[in-house]
Ligand binder design. Structure first.
Ligand code: AMP
Ligand code: MG
Length: 439
């Protein structure tokens, strides 16, 4: 007997070639090689899924998008109660009462807020009642202290009362079963008050996106430290972008500066993926020799770099990286370019992750006081100061320089003017479109 038979030759199963996933086809560039900035933004937004909602404590949901319909389980007020400090009475007992000929009623009880009368109110009697206390059975009106002598045993009432005065009826604000809020509503302070008022302490909401911000550049120094060599400068972008992301509603993790070392950058981004719904980087995506983000990003997932027809912010990168295909927006390093790129691309992405609308800042119009020059070929985002004049008109009063490194001018601006790629000059008196940055 043969102990070892000949091994059977098994035909290897044909391995199906799975092509690596790729990003959808990006927008076509124009004749000058530039992609339209709005097409680029929409292309990115199409690849962003709103975050999954979960149940959270009421206060944690401030500013977030509600992900359920809310119907009230209770009526508000929950019972007929007094709107005044005064006396619960029967209106008929004050017939023809006046200053000179008051009605006098025996005070047979006292009802504080939270207390309940121990019996029904009989004709010819009064019960002292405090604001918010339940109106006793038998009473049909409340007379406020100011129209009485505030008596303790007997009370004189100096006016004829109509029925139903100073009583807040059960359900007059909210009725049980009423639909109060809908999926998609933004949870503001008033909404939180309403929810608490109907006894709700947790809601389903889309969470704040966790946004990791990091800056690249070996020349960058953390603010608070010393500049020790010529050529160094403080990292402003990671702070500014972090602040912009937080203002947009994100929970931000500012990683700070990573030098232009490819391995270090790759490791840092990979390490951050566990806590990121979105990664935002600044710098390292131009055509320079140390453009480390551009070098490393393709090793992390599906990425795309392009020249966008906008100024500032021409180079832009986008990717879906890591196992979870986490979105990553790679912005140029010049501070103003970074700022504008955030406004154009990152803010709408954060809002889409949050499930809030509108995704885009509203565009307003303003009349210019000054001449604005632009260079056709690319759209231009111009830093400007816009003021509302006495007539309620928005007026462009001052316009910053165009260079992308000018932090001072950026700080003084409160608006970005949107100049299209064909405009060369806008004269005083003409209308421009703008984004107000603080609204
Ligand atoms: P890059 O896009 O990396 O070539 O950077 C373009 C310019 O922006 C360079 O002059 C950088 O020094 C400057 N820059 C890059 N990153 C930052 C940053 N985080 N803070 C301030 N300036 C920066
Ligand atoms: Mg750099």
């Amino acid at each position: 007997m043969r102990l070892f038979g000949r091994k059977k030759l098994v035909e290897p199963e044909p391995v199906e070639e799975v092509p690596p996933p790729t990003l959808p086809t990006p927008p076509e560039p124009n004749a000058n090689g530039y992609r339209d900035w709005q097409a680029q933004r929409d292309w990115i937004l199409d690849q962003i899924e709103p975050l999954r909602p979960f149940g959270m404590q009421l206060l944690d949901a401030l500013g977030l998008s509600l992900c359920e319909d809310i119907e009230s389980d209770v009526s508000l007020p929950g019972f007929d109660n007094s709107a005044m400090d005064g006396y619960a009475i029967q209106a008929a007992d004050t017939k023809n009462a006046s200053e000179k000929r008051p009605a006098t009623l025996a005070v047979v009880g006292e009802i504080a807020a939270g207390a309940v009368a121990d019996r029904a109110l009989a004709p010819g009697t009064a019960m002292k009642i405090m604001t918010g206390a339940p109106v006793p059975e038998g009473a049909d009106t409340v007379v406020q202290y100011e129209l009485t002598d505030r008596g303790a045993e007997d009370v004189k009432i100096f006016t004829q009362m109509d029925v139903d005065k100073n009583i807040r009826r059960k359900g007059s604000d909210i009725t049980e079963g009423e639909r109060l809020l809908s999926d998609g509503d933004i949870i503001d302070a008033r909404t939180i008050g309403l929810l608490a008022g109907i006894g709700i302490d947790k809601v389903m909401a889309r969470p704040r996106p966790r946004v990791v911000v990091l800056a690249t550049g070996s020349e960058l120094v953390e603010p608070g430290l010393q500049l020790t060599e010529l050529g160094q400068l403080f990292d402003s972008n990671s702070f500014m972008l972090a602040a912009q992301a937080r203002a947009a509603g994100a929970q931000v993790f500012r990683v700070g500066v990573v030098g232009d070392d490819p391995e270090m950058l790759k490791q840092t981004i990979s390490d951050q993926l566990v806590r990121a719904d979105l990664i935002v980087t600044s710098g390292g995506i131009s055509e320079g020799d140390w453009d480390v983000v551009k070098e490393v990003a393709p090793e992390l997932g599906m990425v795309d770099f392009a020249q966008i027809g906008m100024q500032p912010g021409k180079p832009q990168g986008f990717g879906l990286i890591g196992d979870d295909e986490t979105p990553m927006l790679m912005l140029p390093g010049n501070p103003v370019s970074s700022f504008v790129s955030f406004e154009v691309f990152v803010r709408p992405v954060i809002r889409k992750l949050m499930g809030v609308t509108p995704l885009l800042r509203p565009t307003v119009t303003a009349v210019t006081n000054t001449i604005i020059r632009s260079k056709p070929g690319r759209a231009r985002f111009v830093r400007a100061g816009i003021r509302t004049d006495a007539g309620g008109r928005r007026v462009v009063e001052q316009v910053g320089q165009h260079s992308s490194h000018l932090l001072g001018g950026l700080q003084r601006a409160n608006a970005l003017l949107l100049i299209d790629d064909e405009t060369e000059v806008i004269k005083p008196g003409e209308i421009v479109r703008a984004w107000m940055l603080d609204e």
